[in-house]
Design a protein around this ligand. Sequence first.
Ligand code: AMP
Length: 415
Amino acid sequence: MNVLVLNCGSSSVKFQIIETDEQLIEQDSDRRLASGIIERIGGQALITFQAEGHPKERRAEPLRDHRAAVDAILRWIISRSSNINNITSLSDIHAVGHRVVHGGEHFQKSARVNREVIEGIEECIDLAPLHNPANLKGIRAATELLGEGVPQAVVFDTSFHSTMPPSSYLYGIPYQLYRRYKIRRYGFHGTSHRYIAYRYRKLRNLEREQTNIITLHLGNGCSACAVLQGQSFDTSMGFTPLEGLIMGTRSGNIDPSLIEFLSAKSGMTIAEIDTLLNKQSGLFGLSGLTNDMRELLDEEAENQDRRATLAIDIFCQRVQQYIGGYMAEMGGTDAIAFSGGIGQNSPEVRRRICQGLGAIGIELDDEKNNHLNPADSADIGKDGSRVKVYMIPTNEELLIARDTFRVVADLPRQW
Ligand code: AMP
């Protein structure tokens, strides 16, 4: 089955074409045939397309809306010049899988798109006013351009965390606010945490119920997840993706009282403070330089930049807090796993996070940590480490494609 995986943002569409089926999943040999991104939809859009094994194609083209963007993607996919194996017409696209940011309390697993599912996603717009409408545009565009006959599935960022108990998902605020407005912690990056936990389980040949691991998705957005007996027990993002760890430009946890304080002192509006916390904080705000961890590490090494060091240290300390906190909540863990752009690519950040964690059984092997292939999972803990340490590359698109195949084939979801 050739699955088109679509990830629609407010002004962008990312896609992959992945060939998958039951046997390919079993052999772990399902594969990406092509990928790409269209940015700046609504104006002169920037298009990057790439078939596997071929160079990237880049061009600019005016694209009015998401429908025009999905149309451009489909036209490229079936064109002869795209060089994609085995795809020459729209009938070679067998299903579409959409990443949807918010499934609220409504969706606990991936679902096949129908009227009721679309209404469910619409009901969650309140909770994700920027993201869910874009995801819906992607679903509508695919329906219009491919026809009702091509099945579509939705895979939610939130649904893996639907197993969190109330002790993890409730805030310490009046309970009626949860009842009335559904204010609670939902968590995000669920597809990534689920995939990392799944790879770990496969690496160690465990049953799902035996899977106890703390997964660390450290990219531009960052979150940690306590996976207990194969289920999300707690996670660091909350009502929105702003809560928890320090991220590229997001503040992570702060004292909520500083919003009132800052507003009184600076005259900023609530909306401006929200932008400050989401777009001008985190590594970027602390360092005053960049949201890119690679550049901060370079600044530190080459120029001994004090604020670059400060930003990296605060980032790492916050991750340590979650590892320790989750170990306490879970009654210990069997493993931790690093993933995401930072977690996969930075031996230095992994080293700094693990420094001093010997006291709670986490010991990194420097040699293994420094010599790994970022594309392959690796055990990077010391031989005798009580808690195993892994680097596991995430692959949300692959999981979306697999879920789409299972939903469409009416097979039970596994992970
Ligand atoms: P992601 O959102 O998972 O794609 O991660 C993107 C982030 O990964 C970038 O903003 C960088 O901060 C970080 N990153 C990528 N490569 C490296 C590297 N070699 N060292 C440190 N950070 C990196």
